[in-house]
Design a protein around this ligand. Sequence first.
Ligand code: SF4
Length: 473
Amino acid sequence: MIDQVEQPYAYRHAELVEPDWRRFPGWASVTSSEWESAQWQRAHCVKNIRQLRQVLGAGADEAFYADLERDQAERATMSMLIPPQMVNTMAPLLAPDDPGFTAALYADPVRRYMIPVFSDRRPDWPSHPHSSRDSLHEAEMWAVEGLTHRYPTKVLAEVLPTCPQYCGHCTRMDLVGNPTPVVDKHKFALPRDDRLAAMVGYLKATPGVRDVVVSGGDVANLPWPRLEAFVSELLAIDSIRDIRLATKALMGLPQFWLTDEVRAGMERLATTATQRGVSIAIHTHVNAAQSVTPLVAKAAKAMLATGIRDVRNQGVLLRGVNTTSEALLDLCFALLDDAKIMPYYFYLCDMIPNAEHWRLSLAEAQQLQHNIMGYLPGFATPRMICDVPYVGKRWVHQVARYDTDRGISYWTKNYRTGVEAGDPLALARQYEYYDPIYTLPESGQQWWRELADRDAAAGQAAVGASPAVSASA
Ligand code: SF4
């Protein structure tokens, strides 16, 4: 009997759990109806260390707060913003005055990416020499402000630069959220409505685009009537066949997606989409199984009940958060079994500054892809994706060449973006992606150290000044 054979992963159906928020001194008297109110959640987001202390009471050690304070001053690329719903999923089995609470907080997967502390980061290479703000060069590919046209038939519309929650590893750290002591933020030049109108104008004039990812930021921060109006304008463009709404808030603030206003509005959009033969889907961003609570499942199912095509998850592979096959499969089954959210992608964390401790090597991601095969239904087996600068999303096994000593992978592409429209060699080039240096063999690490020393001696800013593309061999 195969179910009696010991397997590398043992599937068991796990009941979803909403941890008891009353275990936190700051929320000891919060009622269920307050907790389930989107307004209450937004008003009680944790935005700074003082507010975190108020919630946790005297539970966490002073050393933890000092660690956090140093990170915010010297490393953090995102400011702090965490809805109570997400705080409540951290160290879910302990109250702050339980023994071991601080250790549990340090080890917690959600804490590791939502409240990064200085000691989490790599002391040797906090950033890869080739890391950069806007590491995917999205702004270079804006057709109009905020509309990235990187693939032939699809675009990304960054409709706003804010979210209900800020993730420490955010790829759009260049644009999204408030400035931090180490990162100033790009500001859109055009007022919001002018930007959105310019996007609609471009899409009307560009019938080759059939697929629009409406993102930001997070669409949950656009006032609902404005979001509904924008999506309705997209639905009125004949050439558009797919619309994807990007919202981590389906997990971080499910209360928003459960409001009457949003449910009724989504139902109107889904009805129009069905009449026009267009698919609307929600794409969310869940990185840890414990984040899939009954409220998250309720919100996902409420959205499906409006008649939209699907709710899919695009997680990010983050070391210490979800980079064991067991953690990934637990997450995928939690999404699929009771929340009806489709596991879709897991991205390698992009090459932004101060992210090395989170990033995996390509080889590690390939191994994870291998390890999760065969447990989930094929349609729900997520692909591990490397988003290669100037190339786009590539399945991790599509690498053309891989120097595992120096941690440099080489990728090819099969379409042009606007930035290389006039480049006859664009499709013949190989484009580089880099593993975290500390994961390399000693010889490879030494190569990078010598390169950095040479550049420093030559007075160059960093080896990252060199372009990340090379002519094909
Ligand atoms: S929700 Fe998405 S856009 Fe917003 S901070 Fe997180 S990763 Fe960035």
